[in-house]
Design a protein around this ligand. Structure first.
Ligand SMILES: *Cc1c(COP(=O)(O)O)cnc(C)c1O
Length: 427
C-alpha cells in the first residue's frame, strides 16, 4: 500500500496529462502477465489499450526480458558517436529489411516525439543543405498528434493541450484529415493549392490518426498524397509511432497502404513495450544531402542514450516475435465480427476498425473534455477492463496475445456499460 500521506497532491510525483489538483489517487499495478495487469488489492484487469499503445506481445514477455538481461551482462550502454555495437547494427539491418526499400538510413532516439523532431529537422535541413532555403514549411492535418515537444506540438492540432504554448509554436498549414471517402477529393484539391516550392514536407499519421480519436483514412488517399508530394518535390513524413509494428494488421501502415514515404518515425511498439527507444528512418536521397566537406552540413543531433544497447536488444527480440507470431494480422477479422452489432447501437455514432484497433465514436459532445469517456472508463474498470477513451471515442487496442475469451469479454463489457448508460436517466 502507498502510505496515505503521500497520496494525492502530497505525492512527490507530478503525473503526465493530469490536473494534480483534486486528482484521483493513481492505481498501483503490482505485476503484468500477457494481456493482464494485477492491481494492488488483488484485482486483475485486461489491459485493453496496451499500456498507452506500447505493448505488443503482452506484459512480462519472457523472450524480450531475457534478451534485455543477456545484453545487460555484456554492455548496458556506450557512447554512440564514434562507437558502435552489434545490437544497434543489427536493429538497423533488420529494420531496413522490414521497411519499404527506399527507407535505408536509421537514426536512433528515445521516444516518439523526438523521432518526429528528428524527422522535421532532417527534412528541413536537407533542403537548406541543398541551397533550397525557400522550402521550409510543413503541411499537417487537423486532429494530428505528433508528440509533446515544442516542434512536435507545432505539427499537431492546436487544442486545449497546447493552447498556452501557442506563441512558441511555429506556423504550419493544416488541411482536414480525410476520415471519409467524401472528404478526400476536397482535401486533395486543398493540397494541390498548398504544396508549392515553399513546402519542405507533409506529415501525416497514415491510416489511423491516434490521439485525434482513432480516425481513419484510406490507402487510396495516401497513394494520391504520395504522388502529389513527389510531383511537387516535397517530402512525405509518415508518423508511424502508433501504427508501426503490426497495429494496422500489417507490419507497417506504409506497407498496408503500399506507399513509400521519404521518412518514417517509429517508437512505441519498437521494443515490445519494454524500453523507451525510437527511430527515424529516411531515404538515401535525404541522407546524401548531408554528405559534404562543409562541417555545417552535418546533422547535429543526438542524445545521451542514443541507440541504447538494452533497447536495441529488446527491439531485436520484438522483431523475432513479429516474424514468428502473426497474431496481429488476425485481429481485424475478430474485431469486425464482434463490433458489428454495435453499428446500430443508439449510443454509437460510428464504429471504425483497422487491424488490431477497434474504435467506437459515441453520441454526445466531441472533444477531449467530453465526460462520457471518463464515465465509461470507470464502468469498464469496475468490470475488470482498462480503457482510456479519447473524449467520446472509446477504443480497444489490446496486446496481440489477448485470448479469444478476453477479447469476447471486452465486447461483453462494452455491451453492459452502454446498456447501463441507456437505462440511467442521465443524458
Ligand atoms: C504517441 C505518439 C507520439 C509521441 O510519442 P511519445 O513516445 O509519447 O513521445 C507521436 N506520434 C504519434 C502518432 C503517437 O501516437
Amino acid at each position: 500500500m502507498i502510505p496515505k500521506d503521500i497520496r494525492g497532491s502530497q505525492s512527490p510525483i507530478w503525473r503526465p496529462f493530469t490536473q494534480m489538483k483534486g486528482a484521483k489517487d493513481p492505481i498501483k499495478v503490482l505485476r503484468g502477465k500477457g494481456a493482464l495487469l494485477e492491481l494492488e488489492g488483488g484485482e486483475v484487469v485486461i489491459d485493453a489499450i496496451s499500456s498507452w499503445w506500447v505493448n505488443l506481445f503482452g506484459h512480462g514477455k519472457k523472450e524480450i526480458a531475457q534478451a534485455i538481461y543477456d545484453q545487460s551482462q555484456r554492455l548496458e550502454h556506450v557512447i554512440f558517436a564514434g562507437f558502435t555495437h552489434e545490437p544497434a547494427e543489427q536493429v538497423a539491418l533488420e529494420l531496413t529489411e522490414m521497411l519499404p526499400e527506399p527507407l535505408s538510413k536509421v537514426f536512433f532516439s528515445d521516444n516518439g516525439s523526438t523521432a518526429v523532431e528528428v524527422a522535421m529537422k532532417m527534412a528541413y535541413q536537407s533542403f537548406q543543405n541543398r541551397g533550397e532555403e525557400k522550402r521550409c514549411r510543413f503541411i499537417c492535418f487537423t486532429g494530428a498528434y505528433h508528440g509533446d515537444t515544442i516542434g512536435a506540438m507545432s505539427l499537431g492540432e492546436r487544442n486545449i493541450f497546447n493552447r498556452v504554448f501557442e506563441k512558441l509554436l511555429f506556423d504550419v498549414d493544416f488541411v482536414p484529415y480525410p476520415d471519409s471517402k467524401e472528404k478526400e477529393e476536397y482535401v486533395l484539391s486543398l493540397l494541390e493549392e498548398k504544396i508549392d516550392e515553399t513546402v519542405a514536407a507533409v506529415a501525416i499519421e497514415p491510416l489511423v490518426q491516434g490521439v485525434g480519436g482513432m480516425r481513419m483514412c484510406s490507402s487510396d488517399f495516401l497513394q494520391k498524397l504520395r504522388a502529389l508530394t513527389e510531383k511537387r518535390g516535397a517530402l512525405l513524413i509518415f508518423d508511424e509511432v502508433m501504427t508501426g509494428f503490426g497495429r494496422t494488421g500489417e507490419l507497417f501502415a506504409c506497407l498496408k497502404a503500399r506507399v513509400d514515404p521519404d521518412i518514417i518515425c517509429l517508437a512505441k511498439g519498437l521494443t515490445g513495450g519494454f524500453l523507451p527507444m525510437s527511430v527515424t528512418v529516411c531515404t538515401d536521397e535525404i541522407f546524401e544531402a548531408f554528405l559534404s566537406n562543409d562541417r555545417l552540413k552535418t546533422f547535429f543531433h543526438g542524445h545521451s542514450y542514443t541507440a541504447n544497447p538494452l533497447g536495441c536488444a529488446a527491439a531485436l527480440a520484438t522483431f523475432k516475435l513479429l516474424r514468428e507470431d502473426r497474431s496481429f494480422s488476425e485481429m481485424e477479422e475478430k474485431h469486425l465480427r464482434l463490433a458489428a452489432p454495435f453499428r446500430d447501437h443508439p449510443l454509437v455514432r460510428e464504429v471504425r476498425v483497422c487491424g488490431t484497433i477497434a474504435a467506437f465514436e459515441l453520441q454526445g459532445s466531441h472533444g477531449y473534455l467530453s465526460e462520457i469517456g471518463n464515465e465509461l472508463a470507470d464502468a469498464f474498470l469496475k468490470r475488470g477492463v482498462l480503457v482510456r477513451p479519447l473524449g467520446n471515442v472509446l477504443y480497444f487496442m489490446p496486446p496481440y496475445c489477448i485470448t479469444e475469451e478476453q477479447l469476447d469479454l471486452l465486447y461483453q463489457v462494452l455491451h453492459e456499460a452502454l446498456l447501463q448508460r441507456l437505462e440511467c436517466s442521465c443524458p
